[in-house]
Design a binder for this molecule. Structure first.
Ligand SMILES: [Zn+2]
Length: 351
């Protein structure tokens, strides 16, 4: 994908450092794109820009087809905040170079600024420029980014994310931060409507791009539902399904109880009947059996829990509630805690 490469400042003509979007001499923002640098009047060398505007104007008076002059004027006016004038000049440049999708896209960016300031016709013209740019180059990254931004702005976050995913392979570094922000906005939106399954999905997608950001969002959510978090949580020990866990532990307890009763019966038989009357050894054995019976459900439950942990295939990593809330739990564990909390919230809501 070809990005816009500018070698000299379109306003003052100074040589530019590679990968920069601001001229270090006149202070102009040189590429007008959706996420262009903030136009900072303190960085702008107005004397230089004014002088260049005068020169470009002279050039245009001599030759109205001077595309460089029209383009330079457009960028200069944009940097001075004169959006309508910038639109006029870039429209002239676009008329002289209609095959250039970059100019179409930059014009769309300025028209958006103009529309934001209440120019009613600008929005329609912006969409028409977007259409033209994509007709010239269907993979034009600046235009596609602008489209995604417009979708995000109008609250169509699902479509904005879809668009950004589509263009992600074209320019991962540019699209990534936008995609992250969009997913964050979308998850917040879904939280409002308590669409928990969807929220968790967004956080998981976010986690694939930036685990820290995703964890931040989840911890923020958890801080509102502190009491629904188990005091201690461990990987693999968190119930995926509460029913399965109860069943497993219940079976363990039952098994312990049955074996305990068998031991008690056998020791009772030995203690009372084998020797024709209780002996010291017999009574000791009987008492041991009794203790075993009382302890058996605990032991059974414990073994069942342990078996379930190892069956989940992860080494249990234990952290307490405070660590989760401080963001110290690993990403995956935090996700599991969130899922457990959401399960609780949902079962509460169902009651
Ligand atoms: Zn410059």
């Amino acid at each position: 994908m070809v990005e816009v490469i500018v070698l000299t400042c379109p306003v003052c003509g100074a040589r530019l450092e590679p990968n920069t979007d601001r001229c270090s001499y006149c202070g102009s923002v040189i590429i007008l794109k959706t996420d262009h640098a903030f136009i900072d009047s303190r960085l702008i060398n107005k004397a230089v820009i004014d002088q260049r505007i005068a020169e470009y104007r002279r050039a245009v008076r001599q030759d109205q087809y001077n595309e460089t002059a029209h383009y330079g004027l457009g960028v200069a006016y944009f940097n001075l905040g004169l959006y309508e004038e910038a639109v006029d000049e870039l429209s002239q440049a676009a008329r002289l170079m209609p095959e250039n999708p970059n100019i179409q896209a930059q014009l769309a960016v300025i028209l958006r600024e103009s529309a934001k300031r209440g120019n009613e016709d600008a929005e329609r013209r912006m969409y028409s420029r977007i259409e033209t740019a994509l007709k010239l180059d269907p993979h034009h990254i600046e235009t596609l980014m602008l489209q995604a931004e417009l979708l995000r702005e109008s609250g169509k976050l699902d479509r904005a994310v879809g668009k950004l995913r589509e263009i992600y392979p074209l320019a991962p570094d540019r699209v990534r931060p936008k995609l992250i922000n969009c997913l964050l906005d979308w998850s917040q939106d879904l939280t409002k409507y308590k669409q928990w399954d969807q929220v968790v999905q967004r956080w998981e997608e976010l986690g694939e791009l930036d685990q820290d950001k995703a964890k931040q969002a989840m911890v923020y959510f958890l801080s509102f539902h502190k009491r629904a978090i188990p005091r201690m949580v461990a990987d693999g020990a968190l119930p995926k399904s509460g029913f399965v866990k109860t069943l497993g532990v219940g079976a363990g307890i039952l098994l312990g109880l049955v074996s305990g009763v068998i031991v008690l019966v056998v020791t009772a038989v030995i203690a009372f009947y084998k020797e024709q009357g209780p002996t010291g050894w017999g009574i000791a054995l009987f008492l041991f059996g009794l203790v075993l019976l009382l302890a058996s459900p605990v032991i059974g439950g414990f073994i069942a829990k342990k078996r379930m942990k190892s069956a989940s295939g992860v080494i249990p990593e234990k952290v307490d509630r405070e660590q989760v809330l401080a963001g110290q739990a690993p990403f995956l564990l935090t996700t599991k805690v969130v899922q457990a909390v959401i399960q609780k919230l949902e079962s509460k809501a169902a009651k």
